[in-house]
Design a protein around this ligand. Structure first.
Ligand code: ATP
Ligand code: ATP
Ligand code: MG
Ligand code: MG
Ligand code: MG
Ligand code: MG
Length: 267
């Protein structure tokens, strides 16, 4: 109803257009997944089915939104990167975030039965929150991704050690937690190796590093001047590491996201 007496309420809307010429990163995170993993008996510390489901939902999001160039996922989170000159929804944060969150959630719920055929979903259904952050430089974007990957590494080292103590060492959760409090990465590696014969380095990359999806702009290597692929190709690499994703129109080299080794935290 244009020009109606009600129209003025539109003025209550706040503009939320994001800074131009910056990478827009939308990070989504599962709501209350600590509880959800218990409810559906996720394998601890890492349920591969759940990671594959996350990756499948992320792939669907990237196929739906051609402005996305890269996505990084670990645990119950995924970060989606829009290219710098993306003008989708006039860069309105609420529209970008809600579209990603709802597309991801819809595909997560749709894909559930494929990965958990014996555990049908019941209310409360899985849901995700989301936020958008702008990163102006390649370095900032790379550091952002390194930050998320460092989080993956630190949590995974802790969780792998914790569950080894519980599942193989027969410790109570609380005892294992106490044993790990105040330890640094080296201590955890040693516990894993000396007590359980586990070399952390040999753990699957998908657990240690997370997953990267990126759009291949150069599907044919014979072209003299690189052009974006018309129908975007989604790579789903394992091992899931990639670096300097944005420094060139495209880089296909695979290595860690870290600029340097992650700090050995006490967590
Ligand atoms: P919030 O709503 O604040 O995000 P949360 O319970 O989801 O709360 P997170 O910090 O997001 O808290 O942690 C996610 C939890 O889900 C962690 O405990 C993590 O170990 C677990 N988790 C996520 N993915 C998997 C997986 N593939 N296998 C096993 N556990 C998983
Ligand atoms: P945008 O992505 O910009 O929102 P849109 O195509 O969704 O684009 P809207 O302005 O949201 O555009 O309009 C929604 C459309 O869906 C309208 O054409 C409306 O008539 C149609 N629609 C919504 N609900 C129903 C319904 N229950 N029955 C029939 N048509 C519907
Ligand atoms: Mg959260
Ligand atoms: Mg969560
Ligand atoms: Mg999380
Ligand atoms: Mg609509």
């Amino acid at each position: 109803m244009a020009n109606s007496k009600y129209e003025y309420v539109r003025n209550f809307e706040q503009p939320d257009n994001l800074l131009p010429n910056t990478f827009v990163v939308v990070r989504i995170d599962g709501r209350g997944f600590t509880k959800l993993t218990t409810k559906y008996n996720f394998v601890k510390p890492n349920d591969r089915r759940a990671l594959d489901l996350m990756n499948g939902a992320a792939e669907a999001v990237m196929k739906d939104l051609p402005d996305l160039v890269l996505a990084y996922g670990q645990s119950d989170e995924f970060s989606f990167v829009f290219h710098k000159d993306c003008m989708l929804f006039e860069r309105r944060a609420s529209k970008l975030v809600t579209t990603i969150v709802s597309t991801f959630t819809a595909n997560y719920v749709l894909g559930w039965a494929k990965y958990f055929p014996d555990h049908p979903l019941t209310a409360p259904l899985p849901s995700f929150d989301g936020r958008a952050v702008c990163y102006p430089s390649n370095t900032n974007l790379r550091d952002y991704l390194s930050w998320r990957q460092a989080d993956c590494h630190i949590n995974n080292l802790y969780n792998t050690t914790f569950w080894a103590l519980v599942q193989q060492g027969g410790l109570e959760n609380r005892v294992a937690e106490k044993e790990l409090s105040g330890t640094v990465s080296g201590d955890k590696n040693e516990i894993l190796f000396k007590r359980f014969g586990i070399n952390y380095n040999n753990e699957p990359d998908i657990f240690k590093k997370g997953s990267v999806l990126y759009r291949d702009f150069f599907p044919t290597s014979t072209q003299s001047s690189p052009t974006p692929a018309k129908s975007p190709i989604i790579h789903h690499p394992t091992p899931q590491s990639i670096a300097r994703p944005m420094s060139q129109p495209l880089e296909l080299t695979h290595h860690d996201l870290f600029r340097s080794s992650p700090a050995s935290g006490t967590s």
